[in-house]
Design a protein around this ligand. Structure first.
Ligand code: SAJ
Length: 442
């Protein structure tokens, strides 16, 4: 199939679409292209996930507005099907690859899932098909990992035997469909003509975001840079918080006043940075530098942010010590286990680091989280038996808590606030020995 024929098939919806990986990215993508009128085959290794989807049920936990009914309707209409059999991709004119691309403990990309997807696709790849990698990858990966794997496995060359592009996803848990429909997308084509065909494809699902054609390396750089940028900016807020604690300041007030200065946008200091984007994408970007360009800022920012859960534990330990108590044997309630406020997603959660540190120090730890199944319950009852309470996530349910109700006896106990969920004066008036990240000890 030539690019021109493919573009026409995209424009009249007769192009057949395949999606490899039916997770947070692939499943909503498959649903939206089916909704746009395409025939979509989704492929996933996990048989139980495929079975759920084939039955028209969403396997994604948490609130995803619109996803479950859209999935049910698309499966019922016959436009969306799910399978574990990659040979079902043989008749696909477009294949989107949406598999995980984590980094290893040594911060190098782990492409096992990507390589497996390529190995299953290449032998059946239709001549002239367009392959678009949506997974976030280190700059250079599409050219040096994806293309060779597809050429070797298909026996054909890209740029004619098949066509290759990279369109990084910008989804967020809780806003999967909204982000896909509304956010701008960067369309990295191996040639400008391929980028234009990608624009024709994504125009069918992106309702209000810009579609920006470019080359593949630029698209890889944009996605990893936008998340590394966020991580570095969070790290600056965190390092400023540490300075404020030492200098007798209040970083929350400092931040408010700094942001009155034009062009400043200090982000929020906090108990750590979690999730599956911001914690790994900086390393994917850094990987592109190789040893040709020694990097300092991106690794340093990761270290600052990874240090915040340890800092929260240190604030607790110092506070208990001032009361003549030790962490060992103390009953500590950790409020919040998700990585993000009002989310059930616990991937790379800073709270997991805190729990491990507290248990290693001999504390008796209880975890509460209103959004994570199995960790709910009444936080007031949970707090009653605790010697200390540690707030790790700014869930709305915690912001509504009255610090006095949390400490009915007015006992002098430790309350360490990692997200400024409480007003310091109100917490102290309720009898808490209150410590806040970025606020000098009272
Ligand atoms: N965090 C802070 N301070 C901040 C902002 C976040 O400590 O000022 C922490 C959060 O508590 C969380 C982590 O960082 O633990 C990540 O938070 P996030 O708001 O960046 O949320 P993510 O991880 O879901 O990031 C996604 C990213 N979106 C995509 O990759 C498509 C990111 O690019 C977005 O900027 C971000 O959502 C967003 O805008 O909310």
């Amino acid at each position: 199939m030539s690019l021109e024929v493919l573009r026409e098939a995209i424009e009249d919806s007769s192009a057949r679409i395949g999606v490899i990986g039916l997770g947070y990215v692939g499943l909503p993508v498959a649903c939206l292209f089916a909704e746009a009128g395409f025939d979509v085959t989704g492929v996933d290794l996990k048989a139980e996930r495929v079975a759920e989807i084939a039955a028209g049920r969403s396997p994604i936990a948490g609130e995803e507005p619109g996803l479950a009914p859209l999935l049910a309707a698309m499966v019922a209409s016959g436009r969306l099907r799910a399978t574990s059999d990659p040979t079902s991709l043989a008749d696909r004119d477009v294949v989107l690859i949406c598999v995980e691309t984590p980094v290893d403990a040594d911060h190098t990309p782990r492409y096992a899932a990507l390589r497996a997807a390529l190995a299953s696709l290449a032998p059946v790849l239709r001549p002239g098909a367009l392959v678009v990698v949506e997974s976030t990858v280190a700059p250079g990966t599409t050219d040096h990992v994806v293309r060779p794997a597809l050429e070797a496995g298909s026996g054909r060359r890209s740029g004619g035997g098949f066509f290759l592009g990279h369109c990084p996803e910008r989804v967020m848990p809780g806003k999967l469909l909204a982000n896909l429909r509304g956010l701008a997308r960067v369309l990295g084509g191996e040639t400008p003509e391929v980028a234009q065909v990608m624009a024709a494809l994504y125009r069918r699902v992106v309702r209000s975001g810009d579609l920006d054609p470019t080359d593949i390396v630029t698209a890889e750089l944009v996605k990893t840079a936008e998340n590394a940028y966020r991580d570095v900016n969070i790290a600056f807020a965190n390092e400023l918080a540490l300075i404020c604690e030492a200098a007798g300041g209040d970083v929350w007030r400092v931040r408010e006043l700094v942001n009155k200065s034009p062009g400043r946008n200090l982000l929020l200091p906090g108990a750590g940075v979690g999730g599956h984007c911001i914690t790994k994408d900086p390393w994917l970007l850094a990987h592109a530098a190789g040893d040709r360009r020694p990097l300092r800022l991106i690794p340093a920012a990761r270290a600052v942010n990874d240090g915040m859960p340890l800092h929260v534990v240190a604030l607790l330990e110092e506070g208990l010590a001032a009361q003549g108590r030790a962490l060992a044997g103390a009953k500590v309630l950790v409020l919040g286990y998700a990585y993000l406020e009002d989310s059930d997603d616990t991937r790379n959660s800073p709270s997991a680091v805190v729990v491990d540190l507290l248990q290693a120090a001999g504390a008796q730890v209880r975890v509460h989280d209103p959004c994570v199944p199995g960790l709910g319950g009444d936080p007031l009852a949970a707090a009653a038996e605790a010697d200390a309470v540690l707030v790790m996530v700014a869930h709305s349910a915690y912001r509504r808590l009255d610090p006095a109700a949390l400490n009915p006896g007015g006992r002098r106990r430790m309350l360490v606030d990692g997200r400024r969920v409480f007003e310091p004066a109100a917490a102290r008036a309720a009898g808490w020995d209150y410590r806040l990240i970025g606020l000098a000890a009272g």
